[in-house]
Write a new protein. Structure first.
Lengths: 447, 89
């Protein structure tokens, strides 16, 4: 069935709106559409695939991605790329989503929502991290995949988590001079984690392959970057193991301490979160009726888990009464592996002393650490210093500040990101119920 | 990827200078490849460049075809495109 699209394509009426087109969103949309549901998928990217399956048109993607994207293309699900959901509320007829599609407003009316909003990187601020040349580890991967050349450049990769390995491999394949790969987790934590990987041999084989590719670079555990230096752009970094510090020349520093689930839209809809992730049951249902969630947004677990959860969510909205037992089993095994990974790569306590008094923590508003560190909570810091009030709406600084200062996440408001007036003032935006009050009642209304 | 066929190029203007860049790349990647390190100036005047690479951090904002504050990591290059960054000077 094709979704109903109004003549001027500004109002889309569907059974299921899937937000995010990474592995989880694609699997969910495909499985729902294959069961006769009218499905629309909204994603910020121009091509389906999300970050992990990101590719330029005609570029190389893994075979599993190729298979899922081909199946998604055949499923009949409608695709809205280059677009962000900026507001959501529950009306009598179901959910209403306001979408900013390159300054054009689209209103989606859907009976159910599947959140597949993925994750972003966790940044912990340190002296010099705002210098050009300092980028995320996932950020570097995204830039590589979108055509950036690092050939001949001195690259330091420092942070935490399994994402460092494929990025190091990709950098060395792209001709970068890999100076150092520094993992903050201790050697014993990494070894213990690696020892559990025999339960998922595919991951082990992949890791071994990556290691071979960047043998020339030194891989250190229990090591992190404490400062970045340069005038106008990065020229070197200070590397430390907590006892001895040394300087390394670097054109680029790729840094990040794992991933943070994107839960803003879920919280706007009133879904409960726990430890920063959307709470879901065995059928991927959130605490708000007819809102489901899959993948990294429900807890960092990787693409295979996201696909599994997407299949389950697609079957749930497709009214499949019984889940195949194999699917539930796979979900359980992958969730256990994910838990082990999070424990092994948890950021060490020494990282709490990385930012100095004058270190900028909020990059949008240039707010220093000393300006916010005595605030009682995120809300107070926002009101007094504008930290977290810039264009990224705190997505970059707040997770780091929550780690540094043990803050709880602040409430979420619409619009979820900077939105052109043309979208906010469009007919479709104004025809809905009022959207620019604090949207705390959405959840209750939909119970 | 390493064995990609002949890549086509497009002409874009960066800070009034005509340059040829690889088709299919994003504006952010094209600017990095041109050696541009300062994409924008922060509110206190610091130079800034891409951080997240995926449209979250807003650090890579540039002016594209007269539209200010475009996230260059989300926009693919296109023939005739005019890009203005913060000046390095």
């Amino acid at each position: 069935m094709t979704p109903h699209v109004s003549a001027d394509a500004e109002i889309v009426v569907v059974d299921v709106a899937v937000i995010g087109a990474g592995p989880g969103g694609i699997a969910a949309a495909t499985c729902a559409a294959e069961r006769g549901q009218r499905v629309v998928v909204v994603d910020r990217g121009l091509n389906a695939g999300g970050q992990i399956w990101r590719h330029v048109s005609g570029g190389h993607i893994p075979r599993v991605a190729e298979r899922w994207i081909a199946r998604f293309d055949r499923s009949g699900a409608k695709w809205i790329g280059g677009a962000s959901v900026v507001d959501a509320h529950c009306a009598a007829s179901g959910f209403v989503l306001l979408v900013d599609a390159s300054a054009r407003a689209i209103s989606i009316q859907a009976s159910s929502i599947i959140l597949a909003t993925g994750a972003r990187e966790l940044f912990i601020p340190f002296e010099g991290w705002t210098l050009p040349g300092v980028m995320g580890i996932g950020g570097a991967q995204a830039l590589l995949k979108s055509g950036a050349s690092f050939a001949g450049k001195r690259v330091v990769i420092a942070g935490s988590g399994p994402l460092m390995l494929p990025v190091a491999a990709a950098m060395s394949r792209a001709g970068a001079r890999l100076v150092l790969v520094a993992e903050q987790a201790s050697r014993s934590a990494v070894v213990r984690f690696a020892a559990t990987l025999w339960k998922t041999p595919s991951i082990l084989a992949q890791a071994a392959q990556y290691r071979v590719r960047f043998l020339s670079a030194s891989y250190s555990t229990g090591t992190w970057v404490s400062a970045a230096h340069g005038f106008g752009r990065l020229d070197s970094v200070t590397v430390t193991d907590g006892r001895r510090a040394r300087r390394e020349l670097a054109d680029f520093l790729c840094t990040g301490y794992g991933l943070v689930p994107n839960v803003e839209l879920a919280r706007l809809l009133g879904c409960d979160t726990r430890e920063g992730a959307i709470v879901v049951d065995a059928r991927q249902r959130t605490t708000v009726a007819r809102v489901l969630a899959v993948g990294e947004a429900t807890g960092i677990g990787g693409a295979p888990l996201a696909i599994t959860e997407g299949e389950i969510a697609g079957m749930t909205v497709g009214r499949e009464s019984n889940l195949p037992p194999a699917l539930a089993r796979r979900r359980a095994v992958l969730k256990t592996a994910a838990r082990r990974m999070l424990d092994a790569f948890a950021p060490r306590v020494e990282l709490r002393s990385l930012p100095k008094a004058h270190t900028i923590v909020c990059r949008c508003e240039d707010v220093s650490y000393e300006a916010v560190r005595d605030a009682a909570c995120a809300r107070q810091a926002k009101l007094y210093t504008r930290a977290g009030m810039g264009p990224c709406q705190g997505r970059t600084c707040m997770p780091g500040l929550e780690f540094l200062l043990a803050w709880q996440p602040d409430t979420v408001r619409s619009p979820l990101e900077p939105t052109p007036v043309s979208v906010l003032s469009s007919d479709v935006a104004e025809s809905g119920t009022p959207t620019y009050s604090i949207n705390t009642s959405a959840g209750e209304a939909c119970q | 990827m390493a064995h990609a066929a002949v890549r086509s190029e497009v002409n874009i203007t960066v800070n009034d200078k005509l340059v040829r860049v690889t088709a299919g790349t994003t504006v952010a990647s094209a600017l990095l490849n041109l050696g541009i390190s300062s994409f924008r100036h922060s509110v206190s005047g610091e130079p800034r460049a891409p951080l997240c690479g995926m449209g979250v951090c807003f650090e890579c904002r540039v002016t594209i075809d007269s539209r200010a504050h475009q996230r260059s990591c989300l926009v693919p290059v296109a023939e005739g495109m005019k890009v203005v960054t913060a000046s390095d000077a």
